[in-house]
Design a protein around this ligand. Structure first.
Ligand SMILES: *[C@@H]1O[C@H](CO)[C@@H](O)[C@H](O)[C@H]1NC(C)=O
Ligand SMILES: *[C@@H]1O[C@H](CO)[C@@H](O)[C@H](O)[C@H]1NC(C)=O
Ligand SMILES: *[C@@H]1O[C@H](CO)[C@@H](O)[C@H](O)[C@H]1NC(C)=O
Ligand SMILES: *[C@@H]1O[C@H](CO)[C@@H](O)[C@H](O)[C@H]1NC(C)=O
Ligand SMILES: *[C@@H]1O[C@H](CO)[C@@H](O)[C@H](O)[C@H]1NC(C)=O
Ligand SMILES: *[C@@H]1O[C@H](CO)[C@@H](O)[C@H](O)[C@H]1NC(C)=O
Length: 758
């Protein structure tokens, strides 16, 4: 009894001391359990630790998502007996805000799994989804249903997203609509949209989020991918109204990308590595586009850890490779408590001011700036970054607040916020986003999947300029199209001749001339290339190289002469460009110079030096392997090594000349044999396929498979060379006039490939 009294007296005393801030108390786990879910602690039961609740999919923790351990040993917010912590069913915002139609079934609340259907009053037509489902992330599937009738307004009815209210019911030029979210929902996206002369609303449709609403990683990759795409392409489509067609113009200027990652205590520890890997993935992806941005990359808590300084790029002291190296080895020791977001914005503003001094007023106009933040917004030092954001805008908009100027400068500044965490300070973060079009605010529960999210962003890319863009791997082995989106199968029906080909523009397939026999017509030719719009493509015509003549050297002891063994197949319709169907890059085009990051006026010769520079150049080609393809590894023997390689042509059937150069002209590359390594060898069905080389995420075709000294396999398969066997491939650098005469000819509605002047 006595001891017990003593105890409670001591406990009471230490609690008083805690409250006075003199002694640090730990929190306790008593009564913290949650029915239907569990929790994790970020730093045991010590001060500052965060207790994060987790519920199964389709549920969210209620009434709180997390609690923080305070220095006095109490949780904030403190648990309340009358409102026990539990997992609640996810709710979706009220869809009954739709005008001029019915929502079925009418309910007061809609929960995960609930389905709704929509119909319009007579005289109105429905745009958007007719049925929608409430998803586990707190959003409705599909798109906002809108019942409208033709009112002769300039812009279409922009609708009302679930959970929102709209003011503004006239949709003429310069009319404005404004949105707010009802109840405890908050708005993400454009709260105000203006009807423009071109019949489009400014901005993007807003959405109403609950605190438990998240973007899925698919949504993030689609929305961020399409938003950032504009910044990352050097070509831009513009309507040439005089000619009534789309033309492409070159965007001028420099792209500066500033990335900041919050690593303060409120972000869980394991997230540091995830964030670092995600940033690495992001810049790798960006490197596959045709621009070469400058980077500033920082991690921050109350201190700012600068990984890459953008000024090093201006001085030519940094490169993509050095950034990747620095980033992948970057670690952080003991980090300080506290988060100072404003200081990061100030540093970015500083860097811009420096760039402006360097580039001068006029030069700075050509600089575009993209700021990307990963944070939960729980800053507790430095104050709100909003005034700094205003100063950044002011700088990029050139001190000019006129609407006209603002509009013309808006595309030069984007601020994206990835709001990540269990507890997100949306009210502080959402106003920091800046940008004309596309979604700029992303709400994610954690960054575990962020790397995969960024890996997917190029999937949505439909930019025609990006030849050869591909994925490095495909988790699904039978889906080879993402790795080799340009591959095509060519079948000539009469002879049952099977060849490979490569998509070189949305309309043309490059293959070997010998796939066709005299008398073959376009109806006999089938091209298989699955672009999602069907596997088999109709052929309009095909063209062989005018100098191709298989019997040209019969007299000279070469029964079958394969010089100029190239052909182009023209399809009836363009292939639909996607991650699974996209042209390969071919030599001597501007597109390939972009892929190789050759700046300024580049030449064909520069490209050749890049691609076929060594004495031994490692290359690849494909082979058909049942329903998929196999990759063959070969080494082109160039320079001093070539003579030894091509002399094996004399062992081929039908060759009686003593001079191998009669059969193998300078137009061929030679691979095969065992030295320096055992190469793979071509099979008959491999003919016409691309011999290629990868440069980062881009693929460039340097040759095409033509013939070999020895038939070692029929129909396909990954087969190794023997000592004597050699393959000969048409070097594309030698047949440029033919390619240019067809592919560089501006006969379609948009310009095809741009061949270099010299
Ligand atoms: C709080 O817990 C830590 C271990 O997690 C312990 O080292 C420390 O002494 C505790 N502090 C108090 C005041 O009990
Ligand atoms: C909506 O979902 C809740 C929770 O799962 C369920 O109880 C209710 O029956 C659903 N309503 C309809 C109409 O399906
Ligand atoms: C791009 O820069 C060039 C030369 O600096 C200039 O002639 C051209 O008009 C610029 N184009 C655009 C779209 O600003
Ligand atoms: C822009 O405004 C700031 C502050 O208002 C001023 O210091 C600066 O000189 C101005 N710059 C130009 C180019 O007018
Ligand atoms: C601001 O920009 C507009 C449009 O570009 C221009 O007409 C105006 O002269 C500018 N004002 C100042 C103060 O620079
Ligand atoms: C191919 O070459 C042979 C031998 O030089 C010649 O007789 C024949 O006319 C050529 N064929 C074509 C289509 O040019």
């Amino acid at each position: 009894m006595g001891i017990s009294v003593h105890w409670s007296w001591l406990a009471a005393l230490s609690c008083l001391l805690c409250m006075a801030g003199e002694v640090q108390c730990n929190c306790t786990e008593t009564n913290m359990a949650m029915a239907g879910g569990d929790y994790k602690l970020t730093n045991k039961l010590e001060r500052g630790s965060i207790l994060v609740y987790h519920c199964p999919e389709g549920y969210y923790p209620y009434p709180h998502l997390a609690r923080v351990c305070q220095p006095n040993g109490r949780w904030n917010p403190s648990p309340k007996r009358f409102s026990p912590q539990r997992c609640r069913l996810v709710e979706c915002p009220d869809p009954n805000v739709m005008e001029n139609g019915n929502v079925i079934p009418p309910q007061e609340k809609y929960f995960v799994g609930n389905e709704t259907t929509y119909d319009c009053y007579s005289g109105y037509t429905l745009r958007g989804s007719t049925t929608r489902q409430c998803l586990p992330n707190g959003k409705w599937s599909g798109s906002t249903p809108i019942c409208s009738r033709d009112s002769g307004d300039n812009c279409p009815d922009p609708g009302i997203p679930a959970g929102a209210s709209r003011t503004g019911n006239i949709f003429g030029i310069d009319d404005t609509v404004k949105y707010t979210c009802n109840g405890n929902l908050f708005l993400v996206g454009s709260s105000e949209r203006v009807c423009q002369e071109n019949g489009q609303w400014t901005g993007k449709e807003p959405a109403c989020y609950y605190k438990h609403t998240y973007d899925t990683s698919l949504e993030v990759s689609e929305a961020f991918g399409s938003a950032i795409k504009d910044s990352l392409t050097t070509l831009e489509s513009v309507d040439d109204t005089q000619e009534g067609r789309k033309i492409r113009i070159s965007k001028n200027g420099t792209l500066n990308i500033y990335i900041a990652v919050d690593i303060s205590a409120s972000i869980e520890e394991k997230h540091f590595k995830n964030a670092r890997d995600a940033v690495l993935k992001l810049i790798t992806k960006i490197s596959s586009f045709s621009v070469t941005p400058n980077y500033e990359i920082v991690f921050f808590s109350s201190d700012v850890y600068e990984v890459v300084n953008i000024l090093d790029f201006l001085d030519g002291k940094a490169s993509l490779i050095s950034v990747m190296e620095k980033l992948s080895t970057f670690t952080i020791g003991e980090k300080n408590a506290g988060t100072d977001l404003n200081t990061v914005f100030k540093i970015f503003l500083d860097r811009m001011a420096f760039i402006k001094r360097r580039a001068g007023e006029e030069g700075f106009k050509e600089h575009r700036h993209v700021l990307i933040f990963f944070t939960d917004g729980a800053y507790n030092m430095g104050g709100s970054p909003l005034p700094t954001v205003e100063r950044i805008k002011n700088m990029v908009y050139m001190n000019n607040t006129s609407d006209q100027q603002k509009q013309s400068r808006e595309e030069y500044l984007d601020i994206y916020v990835f709001a990540i965490g269990t507890v997100i300070f949306d009210d502080d973060l959402h106003p920091l986003t800046v940008g004309k079009d596309g979604k700029h605010y992303f709400r994610m529960r954690d960054i575990e999947n962020l790397q995969d999210t960024f890996d997917e962003i190029i999937d949505e890319e439909e930019v025609k300029g990006l030849c050869g863009l591909h994925k490095e791997y495909s988790p699904d082995k039978t889906n080879f199209r993402k790795m080799f989106p340009w591959v095509a199968f060519v079948i000539v029906q009469v002879t049952k001749n099977r060849c490979l080909g490569s998509l070189v523009t949305p309309r043309f397939i490059l293959t070997a001339a010998h796939c066709f026999k005299f008398g073959d017509t376009p109806e006999h030719v089938t091209v298989e290339l699955d672009d999602g719009d069907g596997r088999v493509k109709r052929v309009k015509t095909f063209m062989l190289h005018p100098k191709y003549n298989i019997s040209a050297k019969v007299d000279q002891g070469v029964k079958e002469f394969y010089d100029f063994d190239v052909a182009l197949i023209q399809l009836e319709e363009d292939v639909k460009i996607s991650a699974e169907a996209r042209p390969i890059c071919i030599p001597c085009t501007q597109e390939t110079s972009n892929a190789l990051k050759l700046v300024g006026d580049s030449t064909c010769k520069q490209q050749e030096e890049h691609l076929l520079k060594d004495q031994i150049e490692r290359l690849n080609f494909l082979t058909r392997k049942r329903e998929t393809v196999g990759l063959k590894d070969v080494h082109a023997k160039l320079g001093d090594n070539r003579d030894e390689c091509i002399k094996h042509a004399l062992t081929a059937k039908g060759i009686t000349t003593k001079d191998e150069r009669v059969a193998v002209t300078d137009n061929f590359l030679c691979t095969g044999g065992l030295s320096p390594q055992r190469d793979h060898i071509a099979c008959t069905g491999d003919s016409g396929g691309a011999v290629f080389k990868n440069y980062e995420l881009r693929t460039i075709q340097v040759a095409l498979v033509s013939w070999g000294s020895k038939e070692m396999c029929i129909g396909g398969g990954v087969v190794e060379s023997d000592r004597l066997s050699r393959d000969f491939h048409i070097n594309l650098f030698k047949v440029i006039p033919f390619l240019k005469s067809i592919l560089g000819n501006d006969l379609n509605e948009y310009a095809p490939l741009t061949f270099l002047e010299n």
